[in-house]
Write a protein that binds this ligand. Structure first.
Ligand SMILES: [Zn+2]
Length: 288
């Protein structure tokens, strides 16, 4: 095999990689309940997905993938995280953020959390027990480490924390951390009704909790490395989910679907002495 063959294989594989990254932005759009499935952008996403599938199945790409697998088996010494980071750096302008597991290509989808300057220092796995103790002492909602085995105190990885607002909801927050850098990175949040007895990775039977899980997924996607404390601050605002009015239409239940306001929009402090706050909105109401 000559160099030109190899370089054409590499370019077709990196093309597939970037098309795949672009398509990863499609699911959060689907989560917007106000958006119809027939919207042109969704239709074109599905077309792109189909095209990408056809491309991947084509003989030339399959051959390139086989070659890549063989080459990796033969010598993987140059394949490390830094190598991947180098490639990413060349393709995108350098960003001040630390490397993230998933980088959205669309820079317009800015973080839905308060701006980074307000972020508390990210919580690490070893600081979790103290943080939970302190939180439970000062808040009416409660946080507990959840383990598969009853009575186990060992923090697993991924770690699961149960967040409870009495008579309102239970959320399972799943987080990962690396041994070398044990900062807790939230992977998913699943919301359930207060009396549902379900495992952290299943789904609620109720629309309101399903919608809430989807909304938090959307927020996490906008800020994948949000500090655990900021996430918990957000979660606390759901205490009034069944009584708070949407600040856009001023109703508790949405006209469409009769769902309470699961969206939270961060409002920066306006005047001096004022504090920023989370405002409740319906997913179907304007969010700006
Ligand atoms: Zn509304």
């Amino acid at each position: 095999m000559d160099v030109s063959q190899l370089s054409s294989m590499i370019s077709s594989l990196s093309d597939i990689h970037s098309r795949l990254q672009l398509l990863r932005n499609a699911p959060p759009l689907l989560l917007k309940s106000s958006m119809s499935f027939s919207a042109p952008s969704i239709r074109s996403d599905f077309e792109q997905l189909k095209e990408l599938g056809d491309t991947i199945r084509s003989d030339s790409v399959q051959e390139a993938l086989r070659t890549a697998t063989q080459s990796e088996k033969a010598d993987r010494s140059d394949l490390n995280r830094n190598g991947r980071r180098e490639i990413r750096k060349r393709r995108r302008p350098p960003s001040p953020e630390s490397p993230q597991p998933y980088i959205p290509y669309d820079k317009r989808s800015a973080s839905l959390f308060p701006t980074a300057s307000d972020d508390p220092p990210p919580l690490r796995a070893d600081g979790l027990p103290d943080y939970l103790r302190d939180f439970n002492r000062t808040h009416s909602s409660k946080l507990h480490i959840w383990t598969r085995i009853r009575g186990s105190t060992q923090l697993s990885n991924p770690a699961v924390v149960r967040f409870t607002i009495r008579d309102v909801l239970v959320c399972y927050i799943t987080m990962e951390y690396a041994a070398a850098d044990p900062v807790l990175v939230t992977e998913s949040v699943t919301a359930f009704g207060p009396r549902e007895k379900k495992s952290p990775h299943s789904q609620s039977d109720f629309l309101v909790y399903q919608t809430l899980s989807q909304q938090i997924a959307r927020m996490l996607q906008s800020h994948p490395r949000v500090a655990f404390q900021s996430l918990v601050n957000l979660m606390c605002t759901y205490e009034g989910i069944f009584i708070d009015r949407c600040t856009s239409c001023e109703r508790v239940l949405s006209a469409e679907g009769h769902v309470p306001p699961v969206v939270r929009v961060w409002m920066d402090a306006g005047k001096e002495g004022e504090k920023g706050r989370w405002e409740p909105r319906h997913a179907s109401c304007p969010q700006t």
